[in-house]
Design a binder for this molecule. Structure first.
Ligand code: F6R
Length: 362
């Protein structure tokens, strides 16, 4: 049942190239994005509100960067437990988008019900299609990740991101902001993702060695900029939930506004930064960390490793990827790092203490 893996989590991490490829094939017909009935036309909306919990919420925060950049729509993202009691105004031309692996998360379901009769459309991105959230949506977009058994969400996260990226492309197309050539370029970059993921998975041994050292730490910081910022939060969540190491994710630029006070030689600082237009800024944040004796683990591409120069504690390189899609690829080393750290600590990887796979009570 674990397909030769020691844990479901390891199996589910390894499955990502396959399930992501299947999800793509499902949504792409003749090189165009095809959504299930009754479809979706983004020219009908003025804004998007996205609501979810935990890892699914981080997928929404990544997607906010995509929707804003590609479709020009303004996007609000909230965690469901706050959204539902805040009772925010929902103008009529709002698309309300709910993301949930299980489709049963109580707070997310309550947030969806709050939007009924207010939002123009209620759309859900779920893994379990026979779920309450799916049943109560106007349109259901399955992520097609297959059963996810490990409590820590892995393949569901990258499949959520894939479906959300396709939606952002559709939004850009519907609103006349993406020509055929640009669309083809993004779709081709997506089609390359399973191959890139396989190269990332091939680094599992190296990541395992780094993870052994990370497992010794009491506190770990994750840093990222742009769409890599929510991935930093996801990396921290993964590490804390299965290895019980205290970890926080921050936007790189926030470092000097507080968290840098934590930095000393016992705190690994994991910087997730492809060599994109923000890379220079991240390098200067890294230098601030190193100047205070902090141990930087840089996860980047070959170009980034060169630009970063010397001084990092450790560097892990991934293949180059279309910058917008980097959060999908960089999710894998974040997951593997948490997994190997948990294995090194001997925790119960698939059933971490105090956690449930489906949170049906608030
Ligand atoms: C973290 C994790 C949780 C879930 C959250 C939402 O690894 O699994 O944070 O992401 O409980 O669950 P769903 O997606 O089922 O609504």
């Amino acid at each position: 049942e674990k397909g030769g893996h020691r844990h479901f989590m390891a199996k589910e991490i390894a499955e990502q190239p396959t399930v992501l490829g299947d999800a793509l094939a499902h949504y792409l017909r003749d090189d165009t994005i095809s959504l299930p009935e009754p479809g979706l036309d983004f020219s009908e909306f003025d804004r998007i509100v996205m609501v979810a919990c935990g890892t699914a919420n981080y997928a929404c925060v990544v997607a906010k960067y995509w929707f804003e950049r590609l479709s020009g729509l303004s996007v609000e993202v909230d965690i469901a437990s706050e959204f539902r009691y805040r009772e925010p105004p929902i103008p009529p031309r709002t698309l309300a988008l709910f993301v949930s692996q299980s489709g049963e998360t109580a707070d997310t379901l309550a947030a969806l019900r709050y939007c009924e009769g207010k939002a123009a459309r209620i759309v859900s991105v779920v893994n379990v299609t026979e779920s309450s959230i799916a049943r109560e949506s106007d349109l259901v977009l399955p992520i097609r990740a297959g059963a996810e058994i490990g409590v820590a969400s892995t393949k569901a996260f990258t499949c959520q991101l894939t479906v959300l990226f396709l939606l952002a492309l559709k939004g850009a197309h519907d609103r006349g902001r993406l020509d055929g050539e640009e669309m083809d370029a993004y779709l081709s970059a997506l089609r390359h993702m399973p191959g890139l993921m396989n190269s990332a998975l091939a680094r599992s041994g190296d990541i395992g060695r780094v993870a052994k050292a990370v497992a010794e730490a009491r506190d770990v910081l994750f840093l990222g900029r742009g769409a890599m910022f929510p991935l930093a939060m996801e990396g921290a969540l993964k590490l804390k939930e299965i290895s019980y190491i205290h970890a926080e994710g921050y936007a790189s630029g926030e470092l000097k506004h507080g968290p840098i006070a934590l930095v000393d030689k016992s705190v690994p600082v994991i910087v997730m930064a492809p060599s994109d237009h923000l890379f220079d800024k991240t390098v200067s944040n890294m230098q601030e960390v190193m100047a205070r004796g902090g141990k930087v683990l840089l996860i980047t591409d070959t170009k980034g490793a060169k630009l970063a120069g010397d001084g990092c504690w450790k560097t892990l390189t991934l293949p180059e990827v279309e910058p917008m899609l980097a959060p999908i690829l960089y999710a894998l080393p974040a997951q593997l790092l948490a997994y190997h750290a948990a294995v090194a600590k001997g925790t119960d990887v698939d059933q971490p203490r105090n956690l449930a796979k489906s949170v049906t009570v608030e």
